[in-house]
Design a protein around this ligand. Structure first.
Ligand code: 0PR
Length: 365
């Protein structure tokens, strides 16, 4: 540390210079995050110092966390769902698998995850000592449910389905996975970190949530399509009592036990997440999602006109192409199979898409 503190103005000019090194979101087409909705930023500022890790001190913020769980549980067709606000999809996935492992004590536990699973499942398996069995995908990058079922055995503690895959934006056949889960008595976790705040607002939503009786838990992230502030995830469970298996005693806190993974937890991003849902409501979210889906369609159509074919027709707002070059300055990403990947987040507006397509047209002319 410095011996003597730095004057505020000097410090902030240093911080601003570092911030200017960051990219602005306007040419970022690779991210599942988006600038927070102004309502989120305002709510976040109001709750800056709140800590959900010691709930007795912040009962108002705790009530907002409960409201978030109630709103998302209701959206997922189960108003009585248990849940808590996590730091994002990674923590939700780890905690869901932790519950599943506790519920079925076997000597060599395994889980069955689609090949499209997010890398957080690898972290979870490493931490929890689980064997990760990888289920193959079909030609449309959705998990082959029958093949996933074939990997389930007596040591399988959880089966995973994905709603809005990270790379291709696909929805796994969750109804079929739900049948397998019921039939084989295995915990079914749905990773809807991305799609959980897309699919319910589509014109023709497919069932993927607690409406399907085999679904035991769901991850859904307000800091992705919820336009919240980072970090904000949510883990929902059908049976609220299953969190009890994660409890540790916390003798000197205002509550005597906690089931969360992290200790000190931000209330600000939870308030921000609730604020966006309340402010927009169902019709506001439908409008945002309709815009993102329309932009995805326009992008695919424009790219194919240039000669870059889609890898697949996505279920949510992630578009992928056989295409080796992007115009300078634009950030796109690549899937493991080498497809160009563009996430049509709310900041990727129609104007952004048109500007990108124009430059693509120039380099492919
Ligand atoms: N599950 C799915 C389906 C995801 O897509 C992600 C993240 C996670 C879980 C993990 O969520 P957290 O990162 O919140 O723990 N998907 C994005 C990805 O890996 C995250 C991301 C966001 C990456 C913005 C880059 C970026 O600029 O692509």
């Amino acid at each position: 540390m410095r011996e003597h503190g730095c004057p505020e103005e000097d410090l902030f000019s240093f911080l601003s210079s570092k911030r200017r090194e960051d990219l602005g979101y306007h040419k970022i087409l690779s991210s599942m995050c988006t600038p927070p909705h102004p309502i989120a930023a305002r709510a976040h500022a109001l709750f800056l110092e709140t800590n959900l890790g010691d709930p007795g001190l912040f009962p108002g913020t705790v009530a907002l966390e409960e409201l978030l769980v109630e709103r998302l549980g209701t959206l997922m067709h189960h108003p009585e769902a248990g849940g808590y606000a996590t730091s994002g999809g990674t923590e939700s996935n780890i905690q869901a698998l932790r519950i599943a492992k506790k519920l079925k004590p076997v000597s060599s536990p395994n889980i069955v995850v689609p090949a499209s699973g997010h890398f957080s499942f690898q972290k979870a398996c490493d931490i929890l000592g689980l064997e990760m069995r990888v289920a193959p995908l079909d030609a449309n990058f959705r998990v082959d449910a029958e093949a996933a079922g074939d990997l389930v055995d007596k040591n399988t503690v959880a089966l995973v389905g994905i709603v809005g895959t990270t790379e291709y934006g696909m929805i796994d056949p969750i109804a079929a996975l739900s049948d397998i889960a019921l039939d084989r008595d295995v915990f079914l976790h749905i990773d809807a970190a991305f799609g959980g705040l897309v699919v319910p607002f589509l014109d023709h939503p497919v069932p993927f949530d607690f409406e399907l009786p085999g679904v035991a838990s769901i991850s859904v992230d307000p800091h992705k399509m919820g336009m919240g502030t980072i970090p904000a995830g949510c883990l929902l469970v059908r049976d609220p009592s299953c969190f009890a298996s994660l409890n540790v005693e916390t003798p000197y806190l205002t509550v005597k036990r906690e089931c969360t993974l992290t200790g000190t937890r931000p209330g600000a991003s939870v308030a921000a997440a609730v604020a966006v849902l309340e402010y927009l409501g169902m019709d506001g979210m439908r409008a945002v999602v309709a815009g993102c889906m329309e932009n995805t369609r326009r992008l695919i159509e424009g790219m194919e006109t240039i000669g870059c074919q889609r890898a697949v027709s996505p279920d949510v707002n992630v578009a992928t192409f056989s295409c080796d070059r992007a115009p300078p300055g634009w950030r796109v990403s690549r899937t493991r199979a080498g497809h160009m990947r563009i996430v049509c987040m709310p900041h990727v507006t129609r104007d952004v898409i048109e500007a990108f397509l124009k430059e693509m047209g120039e380099i492919y002319a």
